[in-house]
Design a binder for this molecule. Structure first.
Ligand SMILES: O=C(CO)[C@H](O)[C@H](O)COP(=O)(O)O
Length: 274
């Protein structure tokens, strides 16, 4: 069931969202006013999902820190709670260089998988989420580190606004990222396209702006974005076929990895557990 947003709550657990406007007193003859409409921006929805996820963080945890505009809210919230002394002894494992910088700036002590091979909890956003909690990630370019860290977690909470929900992942017409080595990337991109020819696949190298230099990941690789006109079929089969191609490092399908999904939408926040 959805939990509706309170209009004005200032607690440690819930962000303040759209306080109600004060309107003139109604005349005794006028009909009762409709309930106030709360219109939240997409970023406010991301923040609500992120804050809800941070309620699961406990002192002493090793945390996977996600990347992107949704995960950013979770990282800054954890930093706030550390500063207030409400969380202690947190170790963060960042999923990108960008998150590394952000986490340091908000005072989260950091480590890595070499020192902490088991992660208690990761919180991260996603680009697409299907009804089985399979994900597409990596439109922000951090899919390899995200998959390594989130694959080492006991619990992985995915935080999204409702625009990310899809019936079939890969079917939204948006990019399905694949990280490839730079060596002969055109050859690898063409082999990826041929793998999914029947699905009307287009394979495009990601660049820094239209016609710019290739986008380079934190691991010094490139990203080939796949676009499909039709369904790609069984996701595990598609995953195996991609991973078997020499030159491919990792892809952005995160299948069966999420343990909890938090979705913030206009009607409230929904939490779904596996
Ligand atoms: O996978 C990711 C980065 O590699 C992000 O989690 C994903 O792109 C969602 O980003 P945002 O929260 O900005 O919508």
């Amino acid at each position: 069931m959805a939990i509706a947003y309170p209009h004005f709550i200032a607690s440690d657990k819930t962000p303040v969202v759209n306080p109600p406007r004060i309107s003139p007193l109604p005349s005794p003859h006028s009909p009762p006013p409709p309930p106030p409409q709360v219109i939240l921006t997409q970023d406010e929805l991301k923040k609500i999902a992120a804050y809800k996820a941070v309620e699961s963080v406990e002192s002493g945890m090793v945390l996977g820190l996600g990347t992107g505009s949704t995960a950013k809210h979770a990282v800054t919230r954890i930093g706030d709670l550390l500063r207030q002394g409400k969380l202690t002894n947190i170790t963060g494992i960042p999923t990108s260089r960008m998150t590394h910088e952000l986490a340091l700036s908000v005072g989260i002590p950091l480590s890595d998988l070499d020192s902490h091979p088991v992660v208690d909890l990761a919180i991260d956003g996603a680009d697409e989420v299907d009804p089985h909690m399979n994900l597409v990630k990596g439109r922000g370019g951090s899919l390899l580190r995200e998959k390594m860290i989130e694959g080492a977690c006991k619990k992985f909470i995915v935080i999204v606004d409702e625009s990310k929900l899809v019936e079939h992942i890969g079917g939204s017409g948006l990019a399905m990222p694949v990280e490839v080595v730079p060596f002969c990337w055109k050859f690898t991109a063409e082999r990826l396209r041929l793998l999914f020819e029947e699905a009307g696949c287009l394979a495009r190298l990601r660049r820094d702006g239209e016609g710019g230099e290739p986008f380079v990941t934190d691991n010094k690789n490139y990203i080939v974005d796949l676009y499909f006109e039709r369904d790609i079929g069984e996701l595990m089969v598609a995953s195996d076929r991609i991973l078997r191609l020499p030159g491919v490092v990792e892809h952005g399908m995160f299948l069966g990895m999420a343990t909890t999904l938090i979705v913030a939408g206009e009607l409230g926040v929904k939490v779904k557990n596996k």
